[in-house]
Design a protein around this ligand. Structure first.
Ligand code: S3P
Length: 174
């Protein structure tokens, strides 16, 4: 894979548990970009786990912190950004991320996520598999519209990363 000549941010979107944070960590190293994980940034800033923010201040408060973080990080370059599963809910987040970044949707099947991943810390994944699947289904059009490219290889984090890099290369050469 030739080195990518782009200062654009690489932005990963998709459901919780789809592998955004893991892949972003590997990609940041491979590309020598700075890693920004929006959830981690919010945890660092508030000193609270996401589940406590939801429990004590509510989802709307969390979404505002998330939107503030997006607005600020989208102004930077040379980042790999792992978003939260719900970052695409606000159109202004999507606009900002797309303006300075290449946005890739990790479209991992929700049944597989629910079966294989620990979703203990995710407040919006505590209502069983059917509710999780319904949430994933409702969000599909948002992910679709936000993404420049989609990846569906989840055989290993390394395979997903390679698929992301190929999509980006294709996009830059178009
Ligand atoms: C959320 C996903 C979480 C986190 C919060 C809300 C969502 O991020 O931002 O719990 O609405 O899907 P991950 O996708 O990194 O789990």
């Amino acid at each position: 894979m030739p080195r990518l000549l782009s200062e654009k941010n690489l932005v990963l979107i998709g459901m919780m548990g789809s592998g955004k944070s893991t892949c972003a960590r590997i990609l940041a190293q491979e590309l020598d970009h700075t890693l920004v994980d929006l959830d981690t940034l919010i945890i660092q800033r508030t000193g609270c786990p996401i589940s406590s923010i939801f429990a004590q201040r509510g989802e709307a408060f969390f979404r505002q912190l998330e939107a503030d973080a997006v607005r600020e990080q989208a102004q930077r370059t040379n980042l790999v950004i792992a978003t939260g599963g719900g970052t695409v809910l606000r159109p202004e987040n999507v606009r900002a991320l797309r303006a300075t970044g290449f946005v890739v949707w990790l479209d991992r099947p929700s049944e597989e996520i629910f079966r294989d991943e620990s979703l203990r810390d995710r407040p919006l994944a505590q209502n069983g598999p059917a509710a999780f699947q319904a949430l994933a289904l409702a969000r599909r059009p948002l992910y679709q519209q936000a993404a420049h490219a989609v990846v569906r290889d989840f055989s290993s984090p390394q395979a997903t990363v390679q698929a992301i890099l190929h999509r980006w290369q294709d996009f830059l050469e178009r």
